[in-house]
Design a protein around this ligand. Structure first.
Ligand code: TRP
Length: 453
C-alpha cells in the first residue's frame, strides 16, 4: 500500500452513523417484517436475536479488525494480512455479493421512490387493503415505471460515491437516523392502538416453538447477516476508514443494538396493522408496501407522516446502497487502479443490468426461473443464505486463526487505550463457536446434518 494517509471518517459519531447507515435500511423495515411473517412470528424473533449476538456481533468485530488492520478494501486487506494469496478470494467473493445484493436492492429502493410519489399525490387515501394490494402489484409488475425509479436511485447512489467518503456518507446519516427512529415509534403507537392490534403483538412476541425448523433458522441467520451488512466486506471497507483511536467494540455494540431496535420497532408497527386489517402476514416482499399505507390512512396527519416516512426510508436505503457500492469501488480503484469515476460507472452499469433482470422478474419475466427462483429471489437467496454466511465463516476463521492474537488485541484496545475485558470471549467465539454454528446451519439446510437438530 501507499504511505499516503487513508481517508477516514471524521468524528466518533460519524463512525457509528456511517456503519449504522449501512446497517439500517430496507433490511430492517422491509425484509425483517416479511421474513418474520413468513417464518411464523415470535420464534423467528427469538432465533434472530440469538443470531445477532452469537454470530453477528463477532463477525462485525472481526470485519472491523481486518479492515482497520489491513487499511484497504476487502480483497486488499486479505492479500496484505493473509499468509496465502488465496485469502484474497474472500474479498473478491464479497465484491460479487455486493453486485448481487445491489441488483435487487436498487429495485426495492425504486419502489420506495414510487411510494413517496404516491404519498405526495394522495394515492393511498380511501383505498382498502384489496385496492392497495392491487395497486402495488400493478406497479411492481409494470415494465418501465419501476425501472425508471431504479435508474434514478442508482444515479443518486453513484453521485454520492463519486463525491467521496467523508462528504457523502457521513453527513447524510447523522440527521436521518434519529428522525427515522422517531417516525417509526409514532407509527408503532398508532398501530398498537388499532382495534385488533394486540393479535399482532402476540404473533410477534409469543414464540410458537413448533414453527422452528432448519429453514427458519437459516432464514433468521441470513436476515441477521443482511441486516447488519455482514459477510461480504462492507464493514471491512468501513473499518479501514475508522480512525485508530476509535473503540471498535463499542461501535459494534452501538450499531448492532440500533439496527435491532429499529427492526423490532418496524415489526411492532407492522404486525398489529397486519392483523387489524386482515392482511396475510406470510405474503412476502409485498407485506410492508400494503400494510403501511393502511396505517397512514388511519392516522391524524397521515398525509405528512406518509411523505416523511417514505422519504426517510428512501434515505435509509441510500445510505445502505452507498456502502454496498463503496465496497466495489474501493476494490476496483485500489486493486485494479481504476479512477474513482471509471470504477463508479463500470459498477453502476453492471448493477443496472442485474437490476433490470430483478425488476422484470416481478412482471413479464416472472416465469423465468433459475433453480426454481426468479432473478429477484435468486439474487436475494444466493447472497443472504449462501455467500454472506460463507463470508462470515471465512472472516471469523481468518481473524481467529490467521491473524496474530496480539495484533487483534492491540487493534481492539487501540494500542492499549481501551480495556478489552471481552477479548477472551470474543476470541473463543470466533475460533470455535461462530464459524462452526454458521457451518452447521448451512449444512443442515442442505439436508446433510439433520440428526444434529
Ligand atoms: N444492511 C442493509 C439493510 O439492512 C443492506 C446492506 C448494506 C447490506 N450493505 C450490505 C447487506 C452488505 C449485506 C451486506 O438494508
Amino acid at each position: 500500500m501507499t504511505q499516503k494517509k487513508r481517508i477516514s471518517f471524521g468524528s466518533k459519531l460519524g463512525v457509528v452513523a456511517a456503519a449504522a447507515g449501512s446497517a439500517v435500511g430496507l433490511g430492517n423495515i422491509w425484509r425483517f417484517p416479511y421474513e418474520l411473517g413468513l417464518s411464523g412470528g415470535g420464534a423467528f424473533l427469538l432465533i434472530y436475536i440469538l443470531c445477532v449476538v452469537l454470530l453477528g456481533m463477532p463477525v462485525m468485530l472481526s470485519e472491523f479488525v481486518i479492515g482497520r488492520l489491513g487499511q484497504a478494501n476487502p480483497a486488499g486487506a486479505f492479500r496484505k494480512l493473509g499468509s496465502h494469496r488465496k485469502w484474497q478470494l474472500v474479498g473478491i467473493m464479497g465484491v460479487c455479493s455486493s453486485f448481487l445484493i445491489m441488483g435487487f436492492y436498487v429495485v426495492v429502493s425504486g419502489w420506495t421512490m414510487e411510494y413517496i410519489f404516491q404519498a405526495v399525490s394522495n394515492g393511498f387515501v380511501n383505498k382498502d387493503t384489496a385496492a392497495l394490494s392491487q395497486a402495488f402489484t400493478d406497479f411492481s409488475s409494470n415494465t418501465a415505471r419501476p425501472i425508471g425509479w431504479m435508474t434514478l436511485f442508482l444515479l443518486l447512489t453513484a453521485g454520492i460515491i463519486i463525491a467521496g467518503v467523508e462528504k457523502g456518507i457521513e453527513k447524510s446519516t447523522k440527521i436521518m437516523m434519529p428522525l427515522l427512529l422517531l417516525i417509526i415509534v409514532a407509527l408503532g403507537l398508532r398501530a398498537v392502538t388499532l382495534p385488533g392490534g394486540t393479535d399482532g403483538l402476540k404473533f410477534l412476541f409469543y414464540p410458537d416453538f413448533s414453527k422452528i425448523n432448519s429453514t427458519v433458522i437459516l432464514n433468521a441467520m441470513g436476515q441477521a447477516f443482511f441486516s447488519l451488512s455482514l459477510g461480504m466486506g462492507c464493514m471491512i471497507t468501513y473499518g479501514s476508514y475508522i480512525k485508530k483511536e476509535n473503540n471498535l467494540g463499542k461501535t459494534v455494540v452501538q450499531v448492532t443494538s440500533l439496527d435491532t431496535v429499529i427492526a423490532v420497532l418496524a415489526a411492532i408497527a407492522i404486525f398489529p396493522a397486519v392483523f387489524a386489517f386482515g392482511i396475510n402476514p406470510g405474503q412476502g416482499p409485498t407485506l410492508v408496501f400494503i400494510t403501511l399505507p393502511n396505517i397512514f390512512d388511519q392516522m391524524t396527519g397521515g398525509y405528512i407522516w406518509s411523505i416523511l416516512f417514505f422519504v426517510l426510508l428512501c434515505i435509509a436505503a441510500l445510505t445502505s446502497t452507498i456502502s454496498l457500492l463503496e465496497v466495489i469501488v474501493a476494490c476496483l480503484t485500489e486493486e485494479f487502479k481504476l479512477s474513482r469515476i471509471k470504477a463508479v460507472i463500470f459498477s453502476s452499469v453492471g448493477i443496472f443490468i442485474l437490476g433490470i433482470c430483478a425488476s422484470l422478474s416481478m412482471g413479464v419475466w416472472s416465469d423465468v426461473t433459475v433453480f426454481g427462483l426468479t432473478f429477484f429471489e435468486l439474487f436475494d437467496s444466493v447472497t443472504a443464505k449462501i455467500l454472506m454466511p460463507l463470508g462470515g465463516i471465512l472472516m471469523t476463521v481468518f481473524a481467529g486463526w490467521a491473524l496474530k492474537k496480539e495484533a487483534v488485541e492491540a487493534e481492539l484496545s487501540s494500542a492499549g487505550n481501551y480495556k478489552v475485558t471481552y477479548f477472551k470471549i470474543y476470541l473463543f467465539l470466533i475460533k470455535y463457536i461462530t464459524p462452526v454454528a454458521i457451518f452447521i446451519v448451512l449444512l443442515n439446510e442442505l439436508g446433510l446434518g439433520k440428526p444434529l437438530f
